[in-house]
Ligand binder design. Structure first.
Ligand code: G3P
Ligand code: CA
Length: 284
């Protein structure tokens, strides 16, 4: 089946275009996703959130000021209000050397628009973002995935930092492949140790085999950071340990080719990158 094909494909190295080819075009816009798709990324990564009127949109931050000409919380605006924003011009101002007039006036995307643009030709790596700020997100997302037959067609994977969100999704749709996101940072009170972000939940402190097994009960893999404040926070042993517990290891967000090469040498199963072209050249 298409779903089994997706599982088989996940055994190979995956190039995950983080917010599209967001190193080249404004993140989470049609330009960024189109470029990533053309470059040959395996997955288009995106963050799903809910508008004030309950529509699913693709947007990373909790607030809109960094990547638009508006201000405030995304969840406080209706879709019509968000559609009036320019989510492209900021990129030209922040990256004059990559500026393109075509990015000016780019519009924030609904998840429907992304699915209508690429259909079953692409795979989607969708983050259930900030569940506390987006109540009902899991149900809305599942309904949308079913509407477009994305699950049975092996087109989608859902990721979240929030374990309860993933458990809810797993209970309602056991076939949907899930990835547990982790964020490691050095624990200031226990210098030299690694610690999970408290929102992640399984266990506390370092992830051990028991934690990995807990995650493997509902997820096909973990998504973890590589660098925190300039220093690596995971190791080749960590990657081996997760893989020994039947979890794929996808690492975010890797844009530097030396870092990409290090992680390829460690045998990770995929990387999130703003430069899918760079990673594809190195990995293939
Ligand atoms: O989804 C993986 C990575 O994107 C998590 O971090 O903040 O870029 O969504 P963030
Ligand atoms: Ca994300």
């Amino acid at each position: 089946s298409a779903l089994e094909q997706q599982q088989d494909d996940l055994a190979a190295f995956q190039v995950i275009a983080h917010r599209g080819a967001s190193g080249h075009a404004p993140e989470s816009t049609l330009a960024a996703f189109t470029l990533a798709h053309e470059q040959g990324a395996d997955y288009l990564e995106m963050d799903a959130q809910l508008t004030a009127d309950g529509k699913l949109v693709v947007f990373h931050d909790d607030t809109i000021e960094r990547t638009s000409d508006g201000t405030g919380h995304i969840n406080d605006y209706t879709l019509a209000e968000l559609k009036a924003l320019d989510v492209g011009t900021w990129f030209n101002q922040a990256n004059p050397e990559k500026a393109d007039d075509a990015f000016k006036g780019a519009r924030l995307l609904t998840l429907d628009e992304v699915f209508e643009a690429f259909g079953h030709d692409a795979r989607y790596y969708i983050e259930a973002k900030s569940p506390a700020l987006n109540p009902g997100l899991e149900d809305a997302l599942l309904a949308k995935l079913k509407e477009y037959d994305m699950i049975q067609a092996g087109r989608v994977l859902v990721q979240s930092f929030n374990q309860p969100s993933l458990l809810k999704l797993h209970e309602q749709s056991p076939a949907l492949p899930l990835v547990q996101l982790l964020w490691y940072y050095p624990d200031e009170e226990n210098a030299g140790q690694l610690k999970e972000w408290t929102d992640v939940t399984p266990g506390s402190g370092n992830v051990d085999d028991t934690d990995f097994q807990t995650i493997a009960d509902y997820a096909v893999g973990i998504g973890t950071n590589f660098i925190y404040e300039g220093a690596p926070v995971i190791s080749a042993d960590f990657v081996d340990q997760a893989q020994d517990n039947d979890l794929r290891v996808h690492v975010y967000t890797v844009n530097d080719t030396d870092d990409m090469q290090t992680l390829l040498d460690w045998g990770v199963d995929g990387m999130f990158t703003n430069y899918p072209d760079r990673l594809l050249e190195l990995a293939r």
